[in-house]
Design a protein around this ligand. Structure first.
Ligand SMILES: *[C@@H]1O[C@H](CO)[C@@H](O)[C@H](O)[C@H]1NC(C)=O
Ligand SMILES: *[C@@H]1O[C@H](CO)[C@@H](O)[C@H](O)[C@H]1NC(C)=O
Ligand SMILES: *[C@@H]1O[C@H](CO)[C@@H](O)[C@H](O)[C@H]1NC(C)=O
Ligand SMILES: *[C@@H]1O[C@H](CO)[C@@H](O)[C@H](O)[C@H]1NC(C)=O
Ligand SMILES: *[C@@H]1O[C@H](CO)[C@@H](O)[C@H](O)[C@H]1NC(C)=O
Length: 435
């Protein structure tokens, strides 16, 4: 009897696999998701189609997030949902360390007996709960790097069930978060495994709330109108592993899923800003260092670094009258006294110096200065307090109109600096499908 059961399950899954291939006999080399900036929360949103029947699911994009999580408590109905059974290959791939042996209500997504669990994390509010691992069908558009193309499906895409309360603090209409972090079940990992393409992905966040930026899974080209391949402008720096989780809740021994880079010093207007460089390294407890985040709207600096950078910047801009601070910013100026350049307001460039003096992430006016009112521009960095977990968190505003490519196999980050130099922007991807 047992072997008969096993046999029919096997046959069933073989059928599923072959039907999946029949649908997608075409194998994509890259996939694309639109990324929209939400004007009220400043979160970057994306959407996927999931479930049977398919429904569009809006999500907050979380670059360092561990996996996809969606609210299963309300409105999750799907005939293709499958819970991940404790001890299964899916649970071990996901690194689950917990098992729900019994769920005391009628079975539904997020409540099955013998299902392994993870800790879905709202990284905006730093709230985490327990949630069951499961899989369901997801469909996404493929791309040739120029336009969206055929829609392809991943029949058993792993995700975690979150709850209605975990959505608090996320943009209106959002049903969960799309994690692109350093795990085996993040979106980039599952997509590249499903279609055997390069373990690489890129994000290009638009500074406009009216035109979409993009996330592209797979290798370049990454073409932006008028026919510019932004992947040709990349400079590389190693991605650094933080061995200690930076999530709101975690199991001991879990590594961080965030992307860290090795900032060694900060220069403004070509001069070194005096900062305590110990803060730039990751200590044995996982504190310190520099990470990249799409859930922080602005770069967050540990207090002493924040003070040093602000003071130095104000000195370098001497001659331009300061005006009253506008929270959460401190250094604000009369914009009438600041010229305009191709890369935004004409202010001293800020360089984050990386593995050598010749490799640096440059932040020009378009990414450093925030227009808070008609005639006020503020330095768009915020104070992270005295003992933050991570000393420098490079936030969304500083990433906009820059192409970032995460090469997971080579563990390196490619960054383009402002695409304005190439006379394009992240809003210039051509979303007209050529399928
Ligand atoms: C879990 O198992 C218990 C006892 O075996 C059963 O009463 C309960 O209905 C099951 N719950 C679910 C969600 O399947
Ligand atoms: C999801 O996002 C799309 C595109 O931004 C928007 O048109 C739609 O109204 C959103 N859906 C919900 C439920 O908020
Ligand atoms: C530099 O930062 C480290 C880590 O927080 C701290 O232990 C040390 O005292 C700081 N050094 C100075 C000179 O402030
Ligand atoms: C700043 O701009 C105002 C208004 O345009 C002008 O009157 C003033 O002279 C400028 N100040 C400096 C220091 O450039
Ligand atoms: C965008 O792509 C479509 C489909 O390939 C093409 O017809 C259109 O000309 C492109 N738009 C621009 C502005 O190049």
């Amino acid at each position: 009897m047992a072997s008969l059961l096993l046999h029919s399950t096997l046959l069933f899954s073989l059928l599923l696999i072959s039907s999946a291939f029949a649908q997608t006999s075409f194998r994509p080399t890259a996939l694309i998701l639109p990324v929209q900036k939400d004007p009220s929360t400043l979160q970057y949103l994306t959407n996927l189609n999931q479930r049977t029947p398919l429904v569009p699911v809006n999500l907050t994009l979380d670059l360092g997030g561990q996996f996809l999580w969606v609210n299963c408590e309300q409105g999750y109905s799907s005939s293709s949902y499958r819970p991940a059974r404790c001890g299964s290959a899916q649970c071990s791939l996901a690194g689950s360390k917990s098992c729900t042996t019994e769920c005391y209500s009628a079975p539904k997504p997020g409540c099955y007996n013998n299902t392994c669990g993870l800790l879905p994390d709202n990284t905006v509010t730093h709230t985490s709960t327990g949630g069951d691992l499961g899989s369901d069908i997801v469909t996404v558009e493929s791309t040739d790097g120029k336009n969206p193309g055929k829609v392809v499906s991943v029949p058993h895409f792993l995700f975690v069930c979150g709850s209605t309360s975990l959505l608090e603090g996320l943009a209106s209409g959002v049903k969960g978060m799309a994690g692109l972090g350093r795990t085996k079940i993040s979106l980039p990992s599952q997509f590249s495994t499903a279609f055997s393409f390069h373990k690489k992905f890129a994000i290009c966040l638009s500074s406009s709330t009216r035109s979409n930026g993009v996330a592209i899974f797979g290798d370049g080209p990454y073409m932006f109108l008028p026919n510019i391949d932004a992947s040709t402008s990349l400079v590389y720096t190693p991605l650094i592993r933080n061995p200690v989780s930076t999530a709101s809740a975690s199991f001991s021994g879990d590594a961080s899923s965030d992307y860290f880079i090795g900032v060694k010093s900060i220069k403004i207007g070509g001069k070194n800003v005096p900062i305590n460089t110990t803060l730039l390294t990751i200590d044995s407890e996982g504190n310190g260092g520099t990470k990249i985040s799409t859930v922080n709207p602005y770069t967050v600096l540990e207090t002493s670094i924040y003070k040093a950078v602000t003071k130095f910047f104000i000195n370098e801009l001497s001659g331009v009258p300061r005006v009253a601070s506008v929270a959460p910013f401190e250094a604000c100026f009369n914009s009438k006294n600041i010229s305009s350049t191709r890369v935004g307001p004409g202010v001293p460039a800020i360089f984050l110096v990386l593995q050598s003096e010749t490799v640096f992430w440059s932040i020009y006016g378009a990414n450093s200065m925030v227009q808070v009112s008609d005639d006020v521009l503020c330095l768009g960095f915020v104070d992270g307090g005295a003992k933050p977990r991570t000393s420098i968190v490079i936030g969304g505003y500083q990433l906009e109109d820059n192409l970032l490519q995460f090469d997971l196999a080579a563990s390196r980050l490619g960054f383009s600096s402002s695409l304005f130099f190439m006379r394009t922007t992240c809003a210039n991807f051509n979303f007209t499908s050529n399928a």
